[in-house]
Design a protein around this ligand. Structure first.
Ligand code: B12
Ligand code: SF4
Length: 533
């Protein structure tokens, strides 16, 4: 008995400790109570939840929309869906000496794995840790193509430290099989293709696993599932589910600190998805489908909410085309005007024959706060516009510009140089038209060299356009089968348009051609090799 008594002496305390340790070891060794069982037994059933993360690179002026639309939808349907704009946090941590990486011209940096790793290796440790600590069964990354390398560094760490976490990727960066193939095997469990609202809700609430089976309930037939390479079982599953225009829920930006963004009192928003045109170079239309305007009441309620809670002064509409439904657009203007809503707004639109017949609508837009419209005109030559499948002619485009300007709004245009089939004479016509219509153009919002990107008709129907498809990741490096339109020809036209734009005193955002000029690349590679020696 003396042995069992705790007399407080060092000897008795040691004996007690040893007994407790033996008991614990015994418990752990017993088949009925393994370490793993204890962990599960201790944790209550996990709530369906997903952490939505926007990784770099992305805009730093306005909060990202993808994760915020998804989060609001999921929370409206009872799913816990916190968001993390990792892009803005990373930018704020690195802006002191790496601010330029967030410039539009830096795409090549983000595509180069070694360069991304060199700058962000340690940051990705922190990002992964934060994602793991959020302790949600699913993590959803929202990506553009440029974001793949950064996301890969993060997923490597998640795989190592939290192998059970199910990694879902969505956004335009995974819209087409050619983009999805850029992800190394094992980095992703599930790809969500297209608008992710309903697909993600089903994944999280039904507990969809990487093999496509659901842990709870039966998945509806409306949920599409496929593998890009059906014969490879380790090829991640792709999932898609349609979302009706009435289903979209505008963000409430919960969990987002709007003060972090430089766009001051502006937010981005969309009033519809898709586009009614089908331009040959465009991959957005094949990704998003035909235009559908969102529910009007919900839209106006959302604007009232932002005014009341965030005191917003402006909205940048991120729609592919703001005039996708001109009746809805007019209604929106009417409500703003009737209620004296103090709001400035801008966006992208398309040259529009029917809208041209309603000049009052342009004036109404300006009165309701629209300050600036960018049109993807691309060319002023009718033959080129026809091969581009733009769906309008030069006179319609010019008329739209004139109406916009006459109403007092700023006009921007996007231009593309060297579309397959564009002859030197047709290109010259566009150069001259820039001069002729100078008074109706305030800005060239984007001046770029024609690229052939996955998903676009130029890519999928390349033979019809008489071109060879470029290699993955080198989307500017294509040429016509007859050899008349090559990268140097396009770079030359781009340089001449750039010069004309400068001569005309137009402000312009001009794509840098260095990044895909093979001569410049070869020179850079040579210099790099010399410094490595
Ligand atoms: C507006 C816009 C911009 C604005 C962004 C302003 C802002 N803060 O929002 C500006 C002009 C700044 C911009 C910049 C860039 N952009 Co941009 N942009 C767009 C545009 C027109 C709309 C984006 C948007 O807000 N959509 C609305 C939201 C709600 O839709 P969403 O993001 O697609 O999200 C839905 C689905 O994709 C999906 N989803 C999205 N994320 C996730 C995640 C998960 C887990 C799931 C399940 C689903 C899911 O569900 C969402 C809700 O339905 C798109 C066009 C397009 N097709 O998307 C291009 C687009 C996204 N941009 C593009 C690019 C390349 C860029 C740049 C990288 C360009 C560059 N080379 O520098 C830069 C970003 C870098 C930088 N430093 O800024 C490309 C991406 C290409 C690709 N396939 O990856 C696009 C697709 C245009 C194109 N076709 O070329 N852009
Ligand atoms: S108008 Fe713009 S979004 Fe629509 S198909 Fe043409 S390029 Fe694409």
């Amino acid at each position: 008995m003396a042995d069992d008594s705790n007399d407080g002496s060092p000897g008795s305390r040691l004996r007690d400790g040893a007994r407790a340790a033996r008991f614990l070891v015994g418990q752990l060794r017993s088949r009925a109570w393994t370490v793993d069982d204890r962990l599960t037994a201790a944790a209550p059933e996990r709530k369906p939840s997903v952490l939505l993360v926007k990784t770099p690179p992305w805009d730093t002026r306005l909060a990202p929309l993808g994760i915020n639309y998804l989060s609001r939808y999921l929370r409206t349907h009872g799913v816990d869906a916190p968001v993390w704009d990792c892009n803005i946090d990373t930018y704020l941590r690195f802006r002191m000496d790496q601010k330029q990486l967030w410039d539009m011209e830096e795409a090549v940096f983000w595509f180069t794995p070694e360069r991304v790793a060199e700058v962000f290796n340690h940051e990705c440790d922190i990002v992964a840790r934060r994602i793991i600590e959020a302790d949600t069964p699913y993590v959803g990354f929202s990506l553009t193509m440029e974001g793949i390398q950064f996301a890969k560094l993060v997923t490597d760490r998640i795989r190592r430290d939290a192998p059970d976490k199910i990694i879902v990727m969505g956004g335009p960066g995974v819209a087409f099989p050619e983009f999805r193939a850029l992800f190394p095997r094992g980095a992703v469990d599930l790809f969500v293709v297209g608008a992710g609202e309903e697909a993600l809700r089903l994944i999280v609430t039904q507990g969809v696993k990487p093999d496509g089976t659901a842990q709870h309930g039966r998945l509806p037939d409306t949920l599409q599932m496929w593998r890009d390479e059906p014969d490879h079982p380790d090829c991640p599953l792709c999932i898609s589910h349609p979302v009706t225009p009435q289903q979209f829920e505008h963000p409430d930006f919960e969990g987002i600190d709007l003060c972090k963004y430089s766009g001051r009192d502006h937010i981005a928003l969309i009033m519809g998805r898709g586009c009614f045109r089908s331009c040959a170079f465009c991959s957005d239309k094949p990704d998003q489908g035909k235009y559908r305007a969102f529910d009007f009441e919900k839209l106006m309620q959302a604007i009232a909410f932002y005014k009341e809670h965030y005191w917003i002064g402006g909205i940048t509409w991120n729609d592919l085309i703001l005039n996708g439904n001109i009746n809805q657009l007019e209604r929106y203007c009417d409500v703003l005007l009737e209620n004296n809503v103090d709001l400035v707004w801008d966006g992208q639109a398309t040259a529009h024959r029917v809208m041209n017949k309603r000049p009052h609508l342009f004036h109404k837009m300006a009165d309701a706060g629209c300050t600036d419209l960018t049109y993807g005109l691309e060319s002023f030559n009718n033959d080129v516009l026809a091969i581009m499948r733009k769906g309008y002619t030069e006179d319609v485009a010019v008329h739209t510009l004139r109406n916009t300007k006459a109403a007092g709004m700023v006009t921007g245009i996007n231009m593309i140089c060297g579309f397959p089939g564009e002859t030197e004479a047709q290109f010259q016509h566009t150069l001259d038209a820039l001069e002729e219509h100078r008074d109706d153009i305030d800005r060239v919002t984007s001046l770029s060299v024609c690229a052939v990107v996955p998903g676009s008709p130029l890519w999928t129907e390349h033979a019809k356009f008489g071109i060879q498809r470029p290699k993955p990741g080198h989307y500017h490096e294509w040429e016509t089968l007859d050899g008349t339109n090559t990268l140097p020809v396009r770079i030359d036209r781009h340089a001449r348009m750039k010069a004309r734009v400068a001569e005309l005193g137009l402000s312009a955002v001009i794509q840098s051609t260095d990044e895909f000029d093979p001569d410049v690349r070869a020179e850079l590679a040579r210099k790099e090799a010399l410094t490595m020696r």
